[in-house]
Design a protein around this ligand. Structure first.
Ligand code: NAD
Ligand code: DAU
Length: 342
């Protein structure tokens, strides 16, 4: 039986990945290491309670003795590192936790994996390390790294560490870089779940700047399949980009959400732009298709409809999150720039 140590598995993508892997591979075991920050939610994997192939270990990826202890206690075949501070706006408010978890945490995992002589390490990274595109063009794996936010700079730093460990030590590291994910269990600070939950509560939807910025949306399960393909068939030292081929202006996405929810466009509020806001992300996925046999499968319209239905069916999940510490963050991020509609 193979065992993967997944970090950050109580977050959005990690929880989808763990569930998908355990369903897809009956012989696989997963250890999930998560610090349970504001973004980590045990409820996201509550359905796995009692599953003998799933183990949860609460802890910090920066804690080397803790990681060493886990690697010594079980035969682990690979690490997949999702654990991160993941929200750009929070990195603008305070970059400290981003440097700590995203850079020091990655270095800690790399050293622990090297010492334990692990056969595989996959770093889950982001297209934001490439910076911003103008109206045309696509990011390829050869696009120079040019991060623009403290978040993306911390992710780029981690990628460079993985690259350096591969080059210097022959470390079996692989990096994947994906565009904007959407789907179930996404924390309601990111555009799609934030706007769905605000619209359901008849609260304003804060669109940054002109709303013309463009993101390339990919369903989270397409991303999970990509990570799985890179883990199984990727070459050590290589980078693989994933994207959804679904570019959309933020304002067009906002209008789609309002139509789907039967809410009025008067909920839209144009607010002060995000500092250093990247204009456009879009991905050339030809390397992943050619070398991993991967392509996105979920049609955006269908995926978005299913995602909206999921949030409609999980209002209690949103409510429980929004009643906690998230309220303080919301006030700090939006308090001075949004006038609520009620
Ligand atoms: P998320 O914020 O939903 O989840 C992050 C998880 O990491 C949480 O469960 C949190 O508790 C855990 N964590 C944070 N610090 C930790 C630490 N020091 N030790 C252990 N656990 C810790 O994030 P997400 O959106 O699921 O993103 C997961 C990964 O994918 C991140 O590395 C992110 O950079 C990358 N990524 C995200 C997207 C996206 O669109 N969301 C796209 C591309 C890449
Ligand atoms: O591209 C991959 C990245 O996608 C990941 O690496 C990040 O972890 C993930 O958070 C996401 O980053 P973005 O900054 O693109 O996602 P976010 O949902 O925060 O914003 C999407 C777009 O919507 C962006 O142009 C900013 C805009 N926006 C966002 C929020 C939260 C608004 O207009 N209003 C908002 O309130």
């Amino acid at each position: 039986m193979q065992t993967i140590l997944v970090t950050g598995g109580c977050g959005f993508i990690g929880s989808n990945f763990i569930r998908w892997e355990l369903e897809t591979y009956p012989d696989l075991s997963i250890i999930n290491v998560d610090k349970l920050t504001y973004a980590g939610n045990l409820e996201n994997l509550a359905d796995l309670t009692g599953n003998p192939r799933y183990t949860f270990a609460k802890g910090d990826i920066c804690d080397r003795p803790f990681i060493d202890g886990l690697l010594a206690s079980r035969q682990v075949d690979a690490i997949v590192n999702f654990a991160a501070e993941s929200h750009v706006d929070r990195s603008i408010l305070d970059s400290g936790p981003f440097i700590q978890t995203n850079i020091i945490g990655t270095q800690t995992l790399l050293d622990a994996a090297r010492q334990a002589k692990l056969g595989r390490y996959l770093q889950v990274s982001t297209d934001e390390v490439y910076g911003s595109l103008g109206p045309t063009g696509l990011f390829t794996e050869e696009t120079p790294i040019a991060p623009n936010s403290p978040y993306s700079a911390s992710k780029a730093s981690a990628d460079l560490l993985v690259r350096a460990y591969c080059h210097t030590f022959g470390f079996p590291g692989i990096i994947t870089r994906c565009s904007n994910n959407y789907g179930p269990y996404q924390f309601p600070e990111k555009l799609i779940p934030l706007f769905i939950s605000n619209a359901l509560a008849d609260q304003a939807l804060p669109v940054y700047g002109t709303g013309e910025n463009i993101r390339d949306w990919i369903h989270v399960l397409d991303h999970c399949r990509g990570i799985d393909a890179a883990l199984s068939h990727g070459q050590p030292g290589e980078v693989y980009n994933f994207g959804g081929h679904s570019e959309l202006k933020n304002i067009d996405l906002t209008q789609k959400l309002l139509v789907a929810l039967g809410k009025s466009p008067t909920l839209i509020r144009y607010v002060a732009d995000r500092a250093g806001h990247d204009f456009r992300y879009a991905i050339d996925t030809s390397k992943a298709t050619k070398e991993l046999g991967w392509a996105p499968r979920v049609n955006f319209e269908t995926g978005l409809k299913q995602t909206i239905e999921w949030y409609l069916g999980h209002r209690d999940w949103i409510d429980r999150i929004k009643s906690g510490a998230y309220r303080d963050y919301y006030q700090q991020q939006y308090g001075h720039r949004v006038t609520e509609s009620k």
